[in-house]
Ligand binder design. Structure first.
Ligand code: ZN
Length: 254
């Protein structure tokens, strides 16, 4: 069965800034959809300007893995949509948050902390080190690879304590950053990946595409059951009757 992938992009910079449009004439979502095309993937795209911001319940129900790129319009994403995405992650949908998505409502909600970091837009050279080469997301990658120009993100990066780090970046200016990590939220898997500033051709880099492509396969649902509902089960074993007497322990005094 094919993995149903939805690539969500706020799609703002590409329309407002000619230089970004030149890099990504079909939008970052369109460019990724084209580059990630594979026989085992059914890829669709969704953007903020669409009805229900591109993420109707129907779309999400049919999504196995959701990719998220946002930057300028985090606040425009409705809380109702964010809850809907969170619910689907709890149920088992995978989510891959790219670059400036670290400040999106959905990432901050799932991550559980502010997601803040330091940044600099100076076109630093970035070197990504694979620190967990056995992880499926690192499959086929060299020990390290470089991007000639990127926005710098620096530590401390406010991420959850249970994050499993796969990539660490070094930047020309001297900073380091936990550039790729995973979280489990409910039944769903989350992968955050740092590179992907809109002003640079990062989403054409073969190693970056390999990471995203590996992450889609890794993040697909592993459990195709609805998220367990809480209930009051009958006891499996006989529970012996106990004579509670609150007077005896002195909580209630007569
Ligand atoms: Zn950026």
């Amino acid at each position: 069965m094919k993995i149903n992938v939805t690539i969500w992009n706020e799609y703002v910079h590409e329309k407002q800034e000619p230089s970004v449009r030149e890099l990504y004439p079909e939008g970052i979502h369109g460019s990724l959809a084209r580059s990630l095309t594979a026989p085992d993937l059914e890829i669709k795209t969704a953007t903020l300007e669409q009805p229900e911001q591109g993420l109707t319940q129907e779309v999400l129900n049919k999504t196995d893995v959701l990719l998220w790129w946002g930057h300028a319009a985090h606040d425009k994403v409705d809380d109702v949509i964010v809850s809907r995405v969170q619910q689907r992650v709890w149920e088992g949908m995978g989510i891959i948050v790219l670059h400036s998505g670290h400040m999106s409502k959905i990432f901050r909600l799932l991550n559980g902390t502010s997601g803040k970091l330091h940044w600099r837009e100076a076109g630093d050279r970035e070197r990504l080190w694979v620190i967990d080469p056995a992880h499926p997301i690192a499959a086929g990658l060299p020990e390290h690879f470089e991007l000639p120009y990127e926005e710098m993100y620096g530590e401390p990066f406010m991420i959850a304590g249970d994050a499993k780090v796969i990539f660490i970046s070094w930047f020309e200016g001297g900073e380091v950053f936990r550039s790729g990590f995973t979280l489990q939220r409910g039944n769903g898997r989350l992968f955050y990946f740092r590179p992907g500033h809109e002003a640079f051709p990062t989403f054409y880099d073969k190693n970056v595409l390999r990471v995203i492509s590996n992450a889609i396969r890794w993040a697909k649902p592993t459990l195709s059951a609805p998220y367990p509902k809480t209930h009051m089960p009958d006891a499996l074993e006989k529970i012996s009757p106990k004579a509670y007497n609150l007077n005896k322990v002195g909580i209630i005094k007569e």
